[in-house]
Design a protein around this ligand. Sequence first.
Ligand code: HEM
Length: 357
Amino acid sequence: MTPFAPARLLPLVLLLTALLFALPAAAQSGPGAVAPGGGGGAPAQPGLEGQTPSPDVRSPADVPLYIPHDGRVQGRISIPDPALATLIQPGGRDWRGFRMDWLQWIGGVVILGALAALAVFYFWRGPITIERGRARRWVPRFNSIDRFAHWTTALGFIALMLSGLVLTFGRFVLIPIMGHGSFAPLADWSKYLHMASSVPFVLGLLLMLGLWIRDNIPTRADLIWLRQAGGLFSRHSVHPESGRFNAGQKGLFWLVVLGGLAMALTGYLLMTPFYYTGIAGMQIIHIIHALLAMVLTAVIFGHIYIGTVGMEGAFDAMGRGVVDENWAIEHHKGWYDEQCRAGRIIPGDRMPQAGDD
Ligand code: HEM
């Protein structure tokens, strides 16, 4: 088999990253563009074109600057973009309330709640061990392309998550600790990291979709796994049978693929402000993006837990690409039987190393 060289994909990733940085600038000068803060949905004010200051206007006090209208605070302007006449719109106040208040609470509860639940689960259940001990025979589970797809997605996601958390909670959590002077460059770099890391995330996600979709189609056996909650909440050995992926993993796969693509779509729309939608659309897109991010972050914490300290032998699958035979029998019996029939079990005391495949 020709060795897979992930480095060959690097120029493509760099090119897409550069294009992505160019997008917001292009959007600002695009046909539907308005200046930031402008109300994309404001009605045009007829008859303002070519207007010159009236001789009656002698001081700013003579100008009827604010005209209350539909709850908006609207002014009169003579520049071409009518959207800029809206100074305040009611939807903006609601959105600001979400951004500055609700999002902090929802995000805090979801993320800290997930961490607390995992800590409780760890102390109550402890790591899920390989009951019959390690067989020291190996079953290949993920080849180098699988692992490349997984780690590209994972690193992209972790960079997105960390930079997203700085942008969301930084004002409230970090500024009191580090001050405005240090936070400003951190927030600036987080913004660039957030945009750039979407490229490996999306490419990895599409690769993962192509590679694993076949093994993630729901089957009848998934119902049994779900009914028993995968045996996760039993302290004794309960291992509902599953194929290559169990129902929990299939759920994660679809959540990550569909949720991740929705994050990407809403994120790219946010990077091209007012290009495809007005201000109300931008606000809805931002709310979807932010709430989905909190849910995915909490779910991924659970995934990282089970892939590391939560389950003995799980990390080998993504680290070395192989799993211990007894791990395979206990967690994925149906898939293990297929591997046996195909003669894929590797004997020997030495765990195959990354790059052997
Ligand atoms: C440090 C971070 C991570 C670790 C340690 C980790 C670990 C693992 C491991 C060990 C597996 C294989 C499980 C098996 O053999 O059955 C796996 C699979 C998978 N990972 Fe990760 N992962 C991490 C981050 C992520 C992230 C950020 C995503 C997506 C955004 C992700 C998505 C997946 C998916 C979809 C699978 C296949 C389904 C499954 O096995 O659950 N992983 N991961």
